[in-house]
Write a protein of this length. Structure first.
Length: 262
């Protein structure tokens, strides 16, 4: 596992955006670059920087196919809290990606399990995901894979915990009951099949989850800990998220990154 520690959120986002753009630019033209994407507050700065880079001509998304991590079940696209709405308003509407290259789970499907199976099949048909960017919750959940979700899980229907609904209620008038009780989400196994995984962790409220991801044992309690088993996992974080790491762990990763720049 690689852990890239940046001074603050802004620098973390610029590093992550630069890394993603570099991977897209280095990719051949024989097939599209397949990119997994999250919603939430953590990636907003990355999306803003990628938009800036796209408009500056530093990266193009014309040969990129995207798959989003999740979507609320029962929320129409037009709802301002749907993840379809989030992605188009915060990212896709501002870059040169072809609309047909964007894949987001259908929260209004009449066949949730069938929708999830089709999503997995389409990822496979595209040759798998080259790089999956994600974020984690304060309890370490990755996508909507709540604590104690199987670490080999595939895309499927997820029941959201009370804690997750409370945290997300800030987007629903501070009413947890207004937050959908279920979502469609890629599985931990789906993410782990990606050639690379880049997870953003920022803020002191994520410090316990950061420590569990990097220093803890692999456990269904912290689904983020599955990243320890990935051959090309990267954590991009800010200083605030490192508050629960052991001093030697913190210094180790700073030293490793310093050596990489020499």
């Amino acid at each position: 596992m690689r852990v890239v520690i940046q001074e603050n959120y802004e620098k973390m986002c610029k590093w992550a955006a630069g890394y993603i753009a570099g991977k897209i630019n280095a990719h051949g033209t024989d097939r599209p670059f397949v990119l997994g994407l999250p919603t939430g507050s953590s990636p907003l700065g990355v999306y803003a920087e990628l938009i800036r880079m796209n408009k500056a001509g530093a990266v193009s998304f014309r040969n990129v196919v995207t798959f989003n991590m999740d979507e609320y079940l029962g929320l129409p696209r037009e709802h301002d809290q749907s993840y379809w709405y989030f992605m188009w308003s915060n990212f896709f509407d501002h870059i040169d990606i072809p609309k047909e290259n964007v894949n987001i789970l259908d929260g209004m499907t009449g066949d949730p399990e069938g929708e999830c199976a089709r999503y997995e099949a389409k990822i496979a048909a595209c040759g798998g995901i080259d790089l999956f960017m994600g974020g984690i919750g304060v309890d370490g959940h990755l996508a909507f894979n709540e604590p104690f979700t199987s670490l080999t899980s595939r895309t499927g229907v997820r029941a959201l915990t009370t804690d997750t609904r409370i945290v997300n209620s800030r987007f629903f008038g501070n009413d947890p009951e207004a937050v959908p009780a279920k979502a469609l989400s890629v599985g931990i196994g789906t993410v782990m099949d990606s050639r690379e995984v880049l997870v953003l962790i920022n803020g002191h409220n994520k410090a316990r989850a950061m420590a569990a991801t990097v220093e803890g044992g692999v456990s269904q309690k912290w689904t983020c800990s599955a990243l320890q088993l990935h051959p090309a996992a990267i954590i991009a974080c800010d200083e605030a998220a490192c508050g629960e790491l052991k001093v030697d762990t913190y210094r180790y990763f700073l030293d490793i990154e310093k050596d990489e720049r020499l």
